[in-house]
Design a protein around this ligand. Structure first.
Ligand SMILES: Cc1cc2nc3c(=O)[nH]c(=O)nc-3n(C[C@H](O)[C@H](O)[C@H](O)COP(=O)(O)OP(=O)(O)OC[C@H]3O[C@@H](n4cnc5c(N)ncnc54)[C@H](O)[C@@H]3O)c2cc1C
Length: 351
């Protein structure tokens, strides 16, 4: 049962210095690909817009990378949301690959110049990689996985694998650094929308200093025609019950028929049925599709933590008492090896 915990005592005893922290604007650390902002960055803009108050109506967006796609992304970002007041662009080979070390230095450099009160990024692999390091350089404690912004310094975040919610107030000095759960802030901005374009400024990197101790070696990414798991409208997940990588292919076949992304439990990943980037849950991806179908998934809290915000949840399990049925909108007690082939046969071909 989800329970909201309000740490009233913490708030009541918060030091008076909080009120003296001035609002100086918010910096959004954005990701881009192919000349557009990522969906998670649009969610970050949505979250950051909730920090705006009468003394602070400025959202700055920081983009880094190199080449024409960076400049194209900056142009698109400048007009994607009416609250964006400027786009800061760091164009250098140092940011060609998203290494945490140069990114953290960049955030530190930008913060020293602009003194933002908030720095926001998504709880994506990118955000989780760079924000803690940047926070360490700025000597503040970041607040991660924010799902609600109650006030500019009061946030709600899940704890105990999403089994409880905790309301916390940031009492540290500026900047207040946040990672936000994209699934909780659906993007109202669009990469293609056209509002009045905000100015684009190049970040002065002359004082950036020496290269760090990390070097990029290589990147291997899985080629797939399926939708991205984090942003798919439909996710089909298989659990340990599939018993082998070979058997898991029926889940993939069903996903193909529905134009869906494939997900997996940690048990299925650990057993080697699918690669670990397909893991959904506390230590995997957090998803919130329109439709989530779970086959042979028991519903451990660590798994539920990653999919409980899905709009419609369908579960198929042999065990009528499986915990997954407690969060499912539709449950079917039965053998997945009978049900999946029947679904594949009866569902119409994807157009
Ligand atoms: C720190 C920590 C972090 C974790 N992070 C994650 C995470 O991010 N994601 C995650 O998924 N797990 C995570 N786990 C693991 C989690 O606790 C569970 O062990 C895991 O989710 C179980 O996976 P499962 O449901 O596939 O397997 P099981 O729990 O073994 O469930 C298999 C289910 O399949 C059903 N079944 C069996 N055969 C059939 C059949 N033929 N047809 C239909 N149903 C069938 C069974 O009744 C059972 O309910 C984490 C654990 C820890 C300790």
């Amino acid at each position: 049962m989800l329970r909201a915990i309000t740490l009233r005592q913490l708030i009541a005893h918060a030091p008076r210095s909080i009120s003296s922290c001035r609002h100086l604007g918010t910096l959004i650390i954005a990701e881009h690909e192919g000349g557009s902002l990522s969906g998670t960055s649009l969610s970050s803009i949505e979250a950051a817009s909730k920090l705006l108050c009468k003394d602070d109506n400025s959202l700055s967006l920081l983009l880094a990378g190199t080449g024409p796609s960076l400049q194209e992304a900056a142009t698109n970002a400048a007009s994607c949301h009416p609250c964006i007041s400027q786009v800061l662009v760091a164009d250098s080979d140092k940011f060609k690959h998203t290494l945490a070390e140069p990114w953290a230095k960049l955030i530190h450099l930008v913060q020293q110049k602009h003194e933002y009160s908030h720095i926001v990024t998504a709880s994506s692999s990118f955000g989780k990689n760079i924000l803690p390091r940047a926070a360490a350089l700025l000597d503040v404690s970041p607040i991660t996985d924010v799902i609600e912004i109650s006030e500019p310094r009061t946030f709600v975040r899940p704890i105990y694998a999403g089994n409880a919610l905790c309301t916390i107030r940031y009492t540290g000095s500026n900047p207040c650094m946040l990672t936000i759960r994209s699934t909780s802030f659906p993007a109202s901005a669009s990469p293609d929308s056209k509002t009045n374009a905000a100015p684009i400024h190049q970040v002065d990197l002359s004082s950036f200093g020496e290269e760090g101790s990390c070097r990029f070696v290589k990147q291997s990414s899985q080629e797939s025609e399926r939708p991205d798991l984090g942003s798919a409208r439909v996710v089909i997940t298989g659990g340990r019950a599939l018993k082998s990588a070979e058997n898991f292919k029926i889940v993939e076949k069903l996903a193909e028929k529905l134009g869906a992304a494939v997900g997996a439990t940690r048990a299925a990943v650990d057993a080697g049925y699918v690669p670990n980037e397909l893991q959904v849950g506390q230590t995997g991806k957090i998803v919130a599709p329109q439709l989530y179908m779970a086959f042979g998934v028991s519903g451990a809290i660590q798994h539920i933590a990653g999919m409980r915000d899905s709009k419609v949840i369908v579960a198929v399990n042999k065990d009528a008492d499986a915990p997954i049925f407690q969060v499912a909108d539709y449950g079917l007690v039965g053998d997945l090896f009978d049900i999946i082939p029947e679904l594949i046969e009866k569902l119409p071909e994807k157009k």
